[in-house]
Design a binder for this molecule. Structure first.
Ligand code: ADP
Ligand code: ADP
Length: 225
């Protein structure tokens, strides 16, 4: 589903953010991406979501080689990918419905279908009752769940999360992780970047570790360790 072959990324100015990174995430897998701040986690996610292009090597999504994509094809690949950010990036001037509907409006979907999907997405994160509220009236955990609803509203096969629990207390973090588990159990491929090792240690999932741009570990974390 996601394949990196000897991928390097050098930013303008010469900073080497990723160096010869190779890994393969199968369809339906859930994995964590860990490493200290600056290790290259965000960069790796941005190469998948086409917000950045590799300087060397190949990235494949769903068998499609990303560096051969034309500008026209980019939005179609992006539709397969739901992105969740640490600060959820909700639009404060719009209510929850409109925030979640946003990707569908951009796609040009009909209003009736948008309503159905937004309600289904909010139901999945347990926030249907907040559909008419504005983001700043919700708690941090609720805002993050709205961000997740927006990411899954068009049922993408791939879900990427960049420090999704960074601003949340441990209890809420577990709640958010359980949501990702649910999506994964229904077949979504999930990659979660986090430096919260305590959180991962409790779960038995694959964990990719970056250090200064290099992939130094690709392990199955042990339950209870
Ligand atoms: P992480 O997400 O693990 O904190 P990043 O991928 O954000 O790491 O950053 C990896 C390295 O690349 C860091 O040293 C960072 O300063 C650098 N970097 C990230 N984005 C840019 C950019 N747009 N321009 C230049 N350097 C960048
Ligand atoms: P976050 O911590 O929310 O993941 P990022 O580390 O991705 O934020 O940085 C936010 C923005 O700043 C991104 O667009 C990233 O590319 C850019 N950026 C990060 N580090 C650098 C850097 N050293 N030089 C220039 N831009 C950077």
């Amino acid at each position: 589903m996601i394949k990196f072959q000897q991928v390097s990324k050098t930013y303008p100015g010469g900073h080497l953010a990723l160096e010869k990174v190779s890994f393969h995430l199968e369809p339906g897998e859930l994995a964590f991406l860990t490493g200290h701040s600056g290790a290259g986690k965000s960069t790796l996610l941005k190469l998948i979501s086409l917000m950045e292009r590799p300087s060397a090597g190949e990235v494949f999504i769903n068998g499609v080689k990303l560096n051969q994509l034309s500008t026209k094809q980019v939005p179609f690949v992006r539709r397969d990918i739901g992105m969740i950010f640490q600060n959820h990036r909700l639009l404060n001037r719009y209510n929850i419905f409109d925030n979640v509907a946003f990707p569908l409006v951009i796609e040009g979907m009909h209003r009736k279908d948008i309503e159905k999907r937004v309600h289904a997405a909010l139901d999945r994160v347990g926030l249907l009752s907040k559909v008419k509220c504005y983001p700043d009236t919700l708690s941090g955990g609720e805002q993050q769940r709205v961000g997740i609803a927006r990411a899954i509203v068009n049922s993408p096969p791939i879900l990427l999360a960049d420090e999704p629990t960074g601003n949340l207390d441990p209890e809420l973090s577990v709640e958010i992780l359980n949501l990702f588990k649910d999506f994964n159990q229904q077949g979504t491929t999930v990659l979660i970047a986090t430096h919260d090792l305590g959180l991962i240690a409790r779960m038995k999932y694959r964990s990719l570790t970056l250090k200064k741009g290099r992939l130094i570990d690709d392990l199955l974390s042990q339950e209870g360790v």
